[in-house]
Design a protein around this ligand. Structure first.
Ligand code: PXP
Length: 248
């Protein structure tokens, strides 16, 4: 099976920094450590309200990283301008609501097909791999393929929430849906990524889907780093992903 890439999301290093308005902890330092620990990419979400990652963080990440940057952003003109200035390896389009604590659902592509097709075209022309963050839903996947996205990232949040709430029947149904929709997206020629809410306890079944090429994981790893350090936390996630991939 192909190598499963691990994208480490460093947003919440910036959340801790911003809690005190200080210069530390520095998300760029975390990103460099993540690289050393074997991350295949770094993900950062520049939110409209700049609640964690800032414009300056993005500048510094672009300058410092040797692995690809996956720039997460809402489909706004401001973010498009920023992405076109930096031309990151990948741009992941996510829905964004100011009042939400985190990215709660997938993007509504099917109802916004025309606008999104026009929105992503210049990004793709600038050489960015455009990824669309969506629920594991056939209509959304078909729409993502129609608008010319290269990648879909399937939202694993509901699966992880059901696991945490010990609703195992619902969790397993969601996992089955993710598996089926990974295969469906792949069959349409889309590269398949997955992420949101993944932990040591929930990563293995998703890592085992043969069509999934990349997982993006942040909040759990940054939290775990408090106890074990960032590099060991990433190394353990990498080990669990590789073991699941190898079927061991
Ligand atoms: N993928 C996308 C598109 C996201 O928006 C996020 C959260 O910013 C993640 C992955 C990572 O989620 P988590 O921080 O819960 O691991």
């Amino acid at each position: 099976m192909q190598h499963l890439r691990l994208g480490v999301n460093i947003d919440h290093v910036a959340t801790v920094r911003n809690a005190r308005g200080s210069a530390y902890p520095d998300p760029v330092r975390a990103a460099k450590l993540a690289e050393e620990a074997g991350a295949d990419g770094i993900t950062a979400h520049l939110r409209e309200d700049r609640r964690h990652i800032t414009d300056d963080d993005i500048e510094r990440l672009v300058a410092a990283l040797t692995v690809p940057l996956n720039f997460e952003m809402a489909a706004t003109d401001e973010m498009q301008r920023i992405a076109l200035r930096h031309r990151p390896h990948a741009v992941c389009i996510v829905p964004e609501k100011r009042e939400e604590r985190t990215t709660e659902g997938g993007l509504e592509v099917a109802r916004e097909e025309n606008r999104l097709a026009h929105f992503i075209a210049p990004l793709a022309e600038a050489g960015c791999r455009v990824s669309i963050f969506i629920a594991a839903d056939a209509a959304q996947i078909e729409a993502a393929a129609r608008i010319g996205a290269a990648v879909v990232e399937l939202h694993t949040g509901a699966y992880c929430d059901f696991h945490a709430e010990e609703k195992f029947a619902e969790r397993d149904a969601e996992l089955a849906r993710l598996r089926e929709m990974s295969a469906f997206a792949h069959s349409l020629g889309l590269e398949v990524h997955a992420g949101h809410g993944l932990t040591y306890d929930t990563v293995a079944p998703v890592a085992a889907f043969p069509e999934v090429r990349e997982l993006n994981i942040g909040h759990f790893l940054i939290g775990e780093a408090i106890f074990t350090g960032l590099k060991p936390a990433i190394a353990e996630m990498r080990r669990l992903m590789d073991a699941a991939r190898a079927g061991t």
